[in-house]
Design a protein around this ligand. Structure first.
Ligand code: ADP
Ligand code: MG
Length: 279
């Protein structure tokens, strides 16, 4: 490389940095060398370089969205055994993975006993939404309520609420394991009511609707919460016995020399274990 070329490369790196095009900066020399070898024209060179910048940006944005969603573990629809959970309609779930319900601001409720795959499905669908560019936040109900109460005490509630309002999909996992305090229930209702027709809410719960008062305390608040959540909402019931239990039983049978079961997962993830009780 002669002196003039070296100066050009340094200047180009500077300009691309100033323009916030780091991938173009990093790849320019390599792509230029390849273009020269392939006899590609200037426009083809520029096209390749801009494509690399865009791809890298999209990759980073997807990574950021996934991190911001704060999933406790990763789950996908590919690893969900629909045959083991016949009450869950695979076509309906696949349709949800297309995320049109988010555009329509509709809600999704997963109702069923512990270990029946509610969190698995919620995480898988929310991750699919992340991949499509939607802003998602996954939170256990107790965690969110604690955050809301802390934010209220620290006078940062407005900030937290405006961050929640920017979401496309809010996942509220494990509604019903712990009763909320009066203040907690009111703050939770406030979030659900603000989200109404603006942000899709996905809830997983082991509680039938008639028992929601046990968590929210008052009939009035429960009625108002259910009214907002269930208006324009799809309900998926995960009926049957716990997948974990089934898995454990199969392992014991295998240990005794019984037939091996195909397609069962290994030990359950700690992230999804907490706070469950059978009702
Ligand atoms: P829930 O939220 O209903 O209590 P989870 O979604 O946490 O249940 O499921 C418990 C464990 O069993 C998780 O590790 C999950 O991935 C697994 N699991 C549950 N149902 C299925 C299924 N149908 N196919 C594959 N794995 C499943
Ligand atoms: Mg769960």
């Amino acid at each position: 490389m002669n002196k003039i070329e070296t100066k050009q490369v340094v200047l180009l790196a500077h300009h691309l940095k100033a323009l916030r095009l780091p991938t173009m900066g990093a790849e320019a020399e390599k792509v230029a060398a390849r273009a020269a070898a392939d006899n590609a024209d200037h426009l083809a060179f520029l096209l390749q370089l801009t494509e690399l910048e865009l791809l890298e940006r999209e990759r980073k944005a997807a990574e950021r969205r996934l991190k911001a969603a704060r999933f406790p573990v990763m789950k996908s629809l590919e690893t969900f055994d629909f045959a083991a959970r016949p009450s869950v309609n695979k076509v309906m779930v696949s349709e949800l993975a297309r995320c049109q319900f988010i555009d329509r601001k509709e809600n999704v409720l997963f109702v069923g006993n512990p270990g029946t795959g509610k969190s698995h499905l919620a995480i898988a669908l929310a991750a699919a939404a992340c991949a499509k560019g939607y802003r998602v936040r996954f939170s256990r109900v107790t965690e969110l309520v604690t955050h809301l109460i802390e934010a209220r005490d620290e006078r940062t509630l407005l900030g937290l609420k405006s961050r929640l309002a920017k979401l496309d999909l809010l996942v509220l996992d494990e509604f019903g394991y712990v009763p909320a305090s009066k203040v907690g229930a009111e703050l939770l209702f406030d979030v659900i009511s603000t989200a109404y027709e603006r942000t899709s809410v996905m809830v997983t719960t082991n509680l039938p609707f008639e028992s929601w008062t046990e968590v929210l305390g008052s009939e009035r608040l429960t009625g108002a919460t259910l009214d907002r959540l269930t208006h324009r909402c799809q309900i998926i019931e995960t009926k049957g016995e716990s997948y974990r239990l089934r898995d454990a039983k199969a392992r014991i049978t295998r240990g005794r020399g019984g037939p091996a079961k195909k397609g069962s997962s290994s030990a359950p993830e700690p992230g999804l274990e907490g706070g469950e009780k059978t009702r």
